[in-house]
Design a protein around this ligand. Structure first.
Ligand code: PFF
Length: 442
């Protein structure tokens, strides 16, 4: 007899879990370093447009396919489009989840390390020297990465509802309040006007640079957890009663707000203290401790709170990444959840080790970038948009459009024709052009 598939406990359970997947290191760590390197406002504008024009339709299509197929990303395409090319999208999704989690675990480990740092008094002296000393050592970052992956594995082993839903429910609101308070504080440090110009004053000449589009679209996919079947898998745990478009809107607005507010925390302080915006993945780990050093008396407490929340946000995203591979393995190999989770979780940890080492301990470069940066760009800017492209093409060109409309709850929506037009033509063409130019430029 077939075991009944698990389902979300409630509509809010689903939305919060999807938000838990979306809101993570991508909003704070990746967004700020990509925006810093991408020139600020230009990056921000293209990113916001991508979220709206590409992110929203792709998210709805993923949810709808998942709800219709009631299974994981690969099996969904096998079921809905047997023996066709489309299953590639599912396979790429599992691959992307695997690669992303490998380095995500490294950055998650860094946030655990910083919790410990602030519990024991915080960073004294130069924050950049401290950061480089830590990531440049061999064993310590790997130890923290191991711990982070261990916690992720433990949560995923407990199952869909108990593990994922419960942990998503309470930490989002606390994280958002703390971020807002930090943004207000950061704006008083003296770099506000420069930061405003950097973030919001468009530099039109930069719009001709294809690498900014490549990075901004990749960031949109990464931050919304799109293009790899995560939202598809989450959609498969949905009951037919839930209303999808409004859920997607909540998730997208909240995720975007988190990123913009994180920018308002990072950039004013960065300009106030003369920190280089283009320094790459270490950015928030240098800027934030500098902010905390300035909060006299309370710095260490704020630091502990912030890094605990960052680590929790990272965990809820990591859980979703692991869930993709685990739910595939369980069905494919018929193994137990426990076995699949521990086994694949450990393999992903091992694959992440070179990413951890590439920040100073050992020189591992691919196409001129340290291994971690390369894995990040390759999966985020290339694999995810490509996966999203295939999923969207399937959803709009091959899947019956009445089924798409039905499973996305769009039958009665007045904007359905416009949305369909964007999903069918605008989004795929935009993704394709940006991928081609991005690749040529890489
Ligand atoms: N969206 C997560 C973040 O912004 O941190 C990361 C992520 C999770 C990316 C799941 C992709 C994904 F499928």
């Amino acid at each position: 007899m077939k075991k009944e598939r698990e389902q979300w406990g409630s509509r809010w359970g689903f939305i919060l879990a999807a938000m838990g997947s979306a809101v993570g290191l991508g909003n704070i760590w990746r967004f700020s370093y990509a925006m810093g390197a991408g020139g600020g406002s230009t990056f921000l504008i293209i990113y916001l447009l991508s979220v709206l024009i590409i992110g929203f339709p792709v998210m709805l299509i993923e949810f709808a396919i998942g709800r219709r197929a009631q299974t994981d990303a690969i099996d969904a395409f096998k079921k809905l489009a047997p023996k066709s090319f489309w299953v590639v999208a599912g396979g790429m999704g599992v691959l992307a989840a695997f690669i992303i989690l490998s380095f995500y675990g490294v950055i998650g480990g860094w946030s655990l390390k910083y919790i410990f740092t602030y519990i024991t008094g915080g960073v004294s002296g130069d924050t950049e020297t401290y950061f480089n000393g830590f990531v440049g050592s061999t064993i310590e970052p790997i130890g923290w990465q191991f711990l982070f992956m261990g916690i992720t594995i433990a949560i995923v082993m407990l199952g869909v509802q108990k593990g994922i839903e419960a942990s998503s429910k309470w930490m989002m609101p606390i994280l958002s309040i703390l971020l807002i308070l930090l943004a207000i504080y950061s704006l008083t440090l003296g770099g506000a006007s420069e930061a405003m110009t950097f973030m919001f004053h468009p530099d039109w000449s930069a719009f001709s640079d294809p690498s900014v589009y490549f990075a901004a679209v990749g960031q949109a996919f990464f931050t919304l957890s799109l293009g790899m079947g995560i939202m598809l898998t989450y959609g498969s745990y949905l009951s037919p009663k839930e209303k999808l478009p409004s859920s997607a809107v909540y998730i997208i607005i909240l995720d975007t707000l988190f990123a913009v507010i994180a920018g308002l925390v990072v950039f004013p302080a960065l300009f106030a203290f003369d920190i280089d915006p283009t320094q790459g993945p270490g950015l928030v780990f240098v800027v934030l401790p500098t902010i905390f050093q300035n909060i006299s008396g309370l710095g260490a407490i704020v630091g502990v709170a912030f890094f605990i929340l960052l680590a929790l946000a990272a965990l809820s995203s990591a859980i979703s990444l692991l869930e993709v591979t685990v739910s595939y393995l369980i069905r494919r190999l018929g193994v137990s959840r426990k076995f699949a989770t521990i086994g694949i979780g450990f393999v992903i940890f091992l694959v992440g080790v070179p990413s951890s080492l590439s920040n100073g301990a050992v020189t591992i470069k691919v196409f001129g970038d340290p291994f971690l940066d390369f894995m990040d760009k390759f999966s985020g800017n290339l694999l995810l948009p490509l996966g999203g492209l295939i999923i969207t093409l399937y959803g709009t060109w091959s899947w019956k459009s009445n089924e798409l409309l039905e499973y996305a709850d769009l039958q009665d929506a007045f904007y359905a024709p416009a949305l369909l037009f964007f999903a069918k033509f605008v989004a795929p063409i935009a993704i394709l052009i940006i991928l081609i130019f991005g690749m040529l430029n890489w």
